[in-house]
Design a protein around this ligand. Structure first.
Ligand SMILES: NC(=O)C1=CN([C@@H]2O[C@H](COP(=O)(O)OP(=O)(O)OC[C@H]3O[C@@H](n4cnc5c(N)ncnc54)[C@H](OP(=O)(O)O)[C@@H]3O)[C@@H](O)[C@H]2O)C=CC1
Ligand SMILES: CC(=O)N[C@@H](CCC(=O)OP(=O)(O)O)C(=O)O
Length: 344
């Protein structure tokens, strides 16, 4: 059995990790941390776990974490980088759901996250944990940077086109919507019901920290320098990300050829579902499931629109982290991740 620990167990992604790991046949969760709730039973805070979980929160203790096989950091940016080097030295695998190891360039990280990178050596050893594109590297890595939620939806939607060099690079737009759980449990004041319900607003239009993550990954996959306009919006829903991606083809391509590109690229992927051409996937079709549903459109010759939906807490965070863990421990990638989405 893999002995696992979760740092940040009172947050949304930490509890989502617990929901997925408790029934996982090859994992035993031995540690779940909270500084504020140390000593409290987890199921007093999350009654959905009653009868499934006897764990109590403990304060993060490096000596205890160092005895585990894998530690998930479901913590704000800047936390994992202070613990990861020591854990790695004790042969503990680390999966960071935050952004500490996502941007390979420490200076780019410092610019977007407003803090110097304090573990540059670990940063160099980290692998970007998007299994559909970096599966082999993940299997050999001991430190995984779990991708951001928006980047997961955007990269999975754009990558087949960019890998094939089919799009003009100066016309790319990612117009995205997120549910409020994307901001975390201790989210901002504008995420409380009276402020967030019955309203939609864009934010971060001039620059959001997920833009460099998306651009760096798509540049790596395409071999070109990719720049795009990324516009996130806050939606009055709890879970879900909907990405509408726009691009212009460099040369004419039939609808059937576009569809075949996506269908073939993801044919063997257990967690990417390519819908029939011209479909309209809804976030409710992925709620609670580790899946990205994608649909391709060509409204006018040469104009491509890709729709990509995920649950931000599952394929956008905890589910993808478990997928990465499975890969790191040479387990079947789908183990413990075959939940069907909750509908309605
Ligand atoms: N919400 C989402 O949809 C997604 C989130 N992420 C990323 O995952 C990470 C966690 O997000 P989320 O679950 O939403 O966050 P929350 O704000 O809901 O929870 C954060 C957790 O971290 C703990 N924590 C905070 N500071 C520290 C610290 N210095 N040391 C140890 N523990 C700490 C908190 O518990 P306590 O203070 O009691 O210790 C709490 O349990 C973030 O980096 C986020 O950006 C990634 C993809 C999607
Ligand atoms: C709705 C909302 O506020 N979403 C968050 C991103 C969610 C996320 O988890 O991103 P990281 O892992 O990079 O923090 C935001 O835009 O800042």
């Amino acid at each position: 059995m893999i002995r696992a620990g979760i740092v940040g167990g009172t947050g949304y992604t930490g509890v989502e990790l617990l929901r997925l790991l408790l029934p996982h046949p090859e994992v035993t969760v031995q540690v779940i941390t909270s500084r504020a709730e140390a000593g409290e039973r987890v199921d007093t805070h999350f009654p959905n776990l009653r009868g499934m979980c006897d764990l109590c929160y403990t304060a993060p203790d490096p000596e205890i974490l160092a005895k585990l096989d894998v530690v998930f950091f479901a913590t704000p940016h800047g936390v994992a980088m202070d613990s990861a080097p020591e854990l790695l030295a004790h042969d503990v695998r680390v999966i960071d759901l935050g952004a500490d190891f996502r941007l390979a360039d420490a200076e780019v990280f410092a610019h977007w996250y407003g803090m110097a990178h304090r573990a540059p050596e670990a940063l160099r050893a980290a692998c970007y944990g998007l299994p559909e594109y970096f599966r082999e590297h993940i299997a050999q890595s001991r430190l995984i940077a779990n991708p951001g939620c928006y980047p997961t939806a955007v990269i999975l939607g754009f990558a087949p086109l960019l890998e094939a060099g089919l799009l003009h690079q100066d016309t790319l737009i990612a117009d995205c919507k997120s549910g409020v759980s994307g901001a975390g449990r201790t989210g901002r004041v504008n995420l409380i019901v009276p402020e967030a319900a019955d309203s939609v607003a864009a934010y971060g239009v001039s620059g959001h920290r997920h833009r460099p993550e998306i651009e760096a990954t798509l540049s790596k996959l395409s071999g070109e320098t990719i720049e795009l306009q990324f516009t996130p919006h806050l939606m009055p829903m709890i879970r879900g990300i909907h990405a509408t991606l726009y691009g212009q083809l460099q040369q004419p391509l039939s609808d059937a050829a576009l569809q075949a590109l996506f269908a073939e690229r993801y044919a063997q992927e257990p967690f990417v579902d390519v819908l029939p051409f011209g479909s309209h996937p809804a976030t409710r079709s992925v709620r609670g499931a580790n899946v990205c549903r994608i649909a391709v459109h060509q409204p006018r010759p040469g104009q491509v629109v890709v729709l990509s939906v995920i649950d931000n807490l599952v394929k956008g965070a905890a589910g993808q982290a478990v997928q990465n863990m499975n890969r790191m421990f040479a387990l079947p990638e789908s183990l413990g991740l075959t939940q069907i989405a909750l509908l309605p």
